[in-house]
Write a protein that binds this ligand. Structure first.
Ligand SMILES: *Cc1c(COP(=O)(O)O)cnc(C)c1O
Length: 388
């Protein structure tokens, strides 16, 4: 019997303990899904944090080939990398710590998203001295993180003394509770942002991340900014997944051992065996971003009652037993006939059979954190499903 990912089973050790299968065809298809859901607004892609951990170059190339021409990154350095693979595109840098970043914005043709009145003043001065260069403007409609206030936005919009150097190509804001369609803050933010977009008539407006796109047409404005949905994560706590998994994480079995009922497993003796068990010791650990908090039942999970994650192999869900350690995690494979599983076989940590967000939930976190924590120790296989 072959396991689902037997093509990636290890018969000869290649020096890697775990692998990521990154389906670029699914990524492209997910972008097209978000583009359809965003229409008639244009659809960008948020590719910060190394494309949510998937790898900047393949992610950008794939999205660019799919037709994406607007990218959002966190830092200007990330923007410089995007520029290499997305020549004809607008690249917005959301966290510019002006001053000092202006030369890089100009040389790599990046659009800084100004996030305070201080930024506006510095940028305006730079444009007076060095000539016009496009910028964007963030307005804080409730997050209390980045952006000028709603009041400042209205004053700025009506300020006829505004120097010619200040002419944003985009205004944007960010939703606080977009993943919860019933939250009253959504409508309040929408109302503020709608007013501001009217005050900045003729300037493109952008409000919605992945979750916001699902809230409805009125949230989409001119440009949407999906991130997590592109990478197969769950955007809305209510609406479930609208896109397909992109990343499959696999660890291979290093050894299979038996242990008797009553014995304990891993550090802290936190995993108690209630039956004679067969245990698959797998080459992945918290150093790979398989978070220690996903540890199986019996482990103290920072005060929460989560029961721990499960892996998947040969049609079986195999629970994590005991604590996840730095490099190794132990799965209970007692229910799988002994002759079907051997060292080198792959166990899916998350992917098509174990939702990313289930593993995240076991660790009391979100898919975003799991993806961006994956680390550098995986062997990455980029694949193209037929959907591409
Ligand atoms: C990260 C980010 C996004 C993308 O959000 P997702 O929830 O991943 O779709 C959009 N806008 C801003 C301002 C962000 O910081």
């Amino acid at each position: 019997m072959k396991t689902l990912y037997s093509a990636f089973d290890v018969t000869e050790d290649d020096g890697f303990g775990a692998r990521l299968l990154i389906d670029l065809g699914a990524l492209a298809e997910n972008w097209r899904v978000m583009r359809r859901l965003s229409a008639p607004a244009r659809c960008s892609a948020v590719v910060k944090a190394d494309g949510y951990g998937l790898g900047m170059e393949p992610v950008i190339r794939t999205l660019y080939d799919a037709g994406c021409r607007d990218f959002f990154v966190a830092t200007a350095h990330e923007g410089e990398i995007v520029r290499k693979f997305a020549a004809e595109s607008r690249i917005f840098v959301m966290n510019c710590l002006l001053p000092g970043i202006e030369p890089l914005c100009r040389s790599a043709d990046l659009i800084p998203v100004l996030a305070s009145m201080e930024h506006v003043a510095i940028w305006t001065q730079s444009c007076i001295v060095n000539g016009d260069h496009p910028c964007a403007l963030q307005i804080d409609t409730g997050m209390n993180r980045l952006g000028i206030t709603v009041k400042e936005a209205h004053i700025l919009a009506g300020d006829v003394t505004r120097p010619a150097g200040f002419s944003p190509v985009l205004i944007m804001s960010h939703l606080v509770c977009g993943d919860d369609p019933d939250h009253t803050l959504n409508d309040r933010q929408l109302e503020h942002f709608t007013q501001i977009s009217k005050a900045f008539a003729g300037v493109e407006a952008s409000l919605s991340n992945s979750a916001g796109i699902l809230l409805g047409e009125e949230f989409r404005f001119d440009l949407t900014r999906p991130g997590i949905a592109l990478y197969g994560g769950q955007a809305s706590t209510v609406k479930g997944n609208v896109t397909m998994p992109v990343v499959t994480a696999l660890a291979h079995i290093v050894t299979i051992r038996t242990a008797a009922a009553g014995e304990t497993v891993s550090y802290g003796a936190a995993g108690m065996l209630h039956r004679d068990s067969r245990l698959a010791v797998c080459s992945v650990g918290y150093a790979d971003g398989y978070l220690r908090a996903v540890s199986g039942a019996g482990t103290t999970l920072r005060g929460s009652n989560t029961k721990g994650a499960r892996g998947y192999v040969l049609g079986h869900n195999v629970p994590v037993v005991g604590r996840v350690t730095m490099d190794l995690t132990i799965f209970d494979v007692t229910d799988i006939p002994a002759d079907l599983l051997k060292p080198g076989d792959s166990i899916e940590l998350f992917g098509h059979n174990v939702p990313l967000d289930d593993v995240a939930a076991a660790a009391d976190t979100i898919g975003y954190e799991l993806l961006t924590s994956l680390g550098s120790r995986y062997r990455r296989h980029y694949t193209h499903s037929s959907t591409g």
